[in-house]
Design a protein around this ligand. Structure first.
Ligand code: NAD
Ligand code: MG
Length: 399
């Protein structure tokens, strides 16, 4: 039977891994409905020409001429701008991969959720920004939200259908990132190249920096609280550098259930794509004797304050997780563009949270409030970035 599928964020790391699985599937198994990307127009066009989706959307309209030229004469329908991405997400499809990075993914992911079909969720920021509203939308539409984030996918599997409210705790594993053993002095001087050089996973730039600060794990704690309706006290984090155990469920009888596998996103994506069945992937199998041992350690809150910042934001509730996320996106972008240092990322997030109350206040009752609060939080974070960049420029001049 042919399944209709859409991929939001098709040119990204998760999007391309999804396409890998689709390319390997028997002819006629999947039919592409919609594909989206943001700026990589030529790459998007190449994928579209190969897989011939019903609609192709590019988020950033400035790159539309490239898409237009590449698709000319192909008979393929396309559009550009955020409304085209939303239109792509709204089209009927049995299964949608939500793999846009950042809060930009919220509106399209939500449009997919509202259709009431299966949504494979990689876009964790959507849940961080608007978790309660997002989960309520899914309940109302009857959509099945399958976690693709490897830790959450592992926990979903380890739960095996049991009620998360009845477990003692869940544990998300973290690789510890490239600075797991680095001193604060080394981290202060870290270059973009150092920060995105993830020791285990190969991912997009933003999430790679999030892994280096461990904000990724902070966002994942919030993501887990929403997905599994758990209080943050029941969501623990341990550092596990080999990234073989992805997530664990601890029961009251003392037993722990874990999902293990080679760190390769194709496994959790395939779980969501095949669900409730299993499918073949090209993922290399685990050779446990060759691995020899697995190691675990506690996260260091001094060098990785982002984890606690995320927990605090979640406990505070309302717009705080959204402020945390927006500030982090702005600060990571500033770091990637060389405007601030690595340690400034968590500092900007902390300052945004302190001052965020006056910017994005109150509880999130509807999505218009979410988008307005997100815009206000971004403006605040951008002003903090500017102040830090000016400060270090004047210090450099004085030196
Ligand atoms: P990426 O940067 O490689 O790709 C992001 C995709 O989103 C691209 O296709 C890009 O075109 C699209 N995009 C970016 N901004 C957009 C905008 N404003 N409008 C429309 N589209 C936009 O990112 P990634 O590593 O594939 O991560 C995608 C999501 O999955 C993130 O939320 C990330 O946290 C999550 N995730 C990724 C991994 C991984 O291994 N890469 C693992 C777990 C979770
Ligand atoms: Mg993860």
């Amino acid at each position: 039977m042919t399944r209709t599928i859409s991929i939001l964020g098709a040119t990204g790391s998760v999007g391309l891994a999804t396409l890998d699985l689709i390319d390997a599937a028997p002819e006629g198994r999947y039919e592409l409905v919609a594909l989206t990307a943001n700026t990589r127009a030529q790459e998007l066009a190449d994928i579209a020409l190969r897989l011939r989706p019903r609609f192709t959307a590019l988020g950033d309209a400035r790159h539309a001429p490239v898409l237009e030229a590449a698709l000319a004469g192909s008979g393929l329908k396309w559009g550009a701008g955020p409304s085209a991405v939303a239109e792509a997400a709204s089209m009927e499809a049995d299964w949608t991969m939500a793999a846009i990075v950042g809060a930009a993914g919220l509106a399209p992911t939500l449009a997919a959720v509202k259709r009431g079909q299966v949504v494979a969720l990689a876009n964790k920021e959507a849940l961080v920004c608007a978790g309660p509203l997002f989960m309520e939308s899914a309940r109302r539409s009857g959509a099945t939200v399958l976690p693709v984030d490897s830790e959450h996918n592992a926990i979903f599997q380890a739960l095996g259908g049991s009620d998360p409210a009845k477990v003692r705790r869940i544990i998300l594993t973290a690789s510890g990132g490239p600075f797991r053993n680095a001193s604060l002095e080394t981290m202060a001087r870290a270059s973009v190249r150092d920060a995105v050089a993830h020791p285990v996973w190969s991912m997009g730039a933003k999430i790679s920096v999030d892994s280096a600060t461990m904000m990724n794990k902070g966002l994942e704690v919030i993501e887990a609280c929403h997905l599994f309706a758990l209080p943050p006290e029941k969501v623990d984090v341990i550092v596990h550098p080999e990234s073989i155990l992805h997530g664990l469920v601890e029961h009251y009888d003392g037993g722990l259930l874990a999902q293990m596998g080679t760190p390769d996103m194709r496994t959790p994506i395939a779980h969501a794509l095949g669900w409730p069945d299993r499918m073949e992937t090209g993922v290399s199998r685990l050779d446990l004797p060759a691995l020899g041992k697995l190691t675990f350690e506690a996260p260091d809150p001094k060098r990785f304050p982002a984890l606690e910042l995320a927990r605090a934001a979640f406990r505070q509730g309302g717009t705080s997780p959204l402020v945390l996320n927006a500030a982090n996106e702005i600060a990571v972008d500033a770091f990637l563009n060389g405007h601030v240092g690595f340690l400034d990322i968590a500092a900007i997030v902390a300052e945004s949270l302190e001052r965020g109350e006056g910017v994005a206040r109150g509880s999130l009752t509807d999505f218009d409030t979410v988008y307005a609060a997100d815009a206000a939080a971004r403006e605040l974070a951008a002003s903090l970035v500017k102040a830090r960049a000016q400060h270090s420029a004047s210090r450099a001049q004085g030196a």
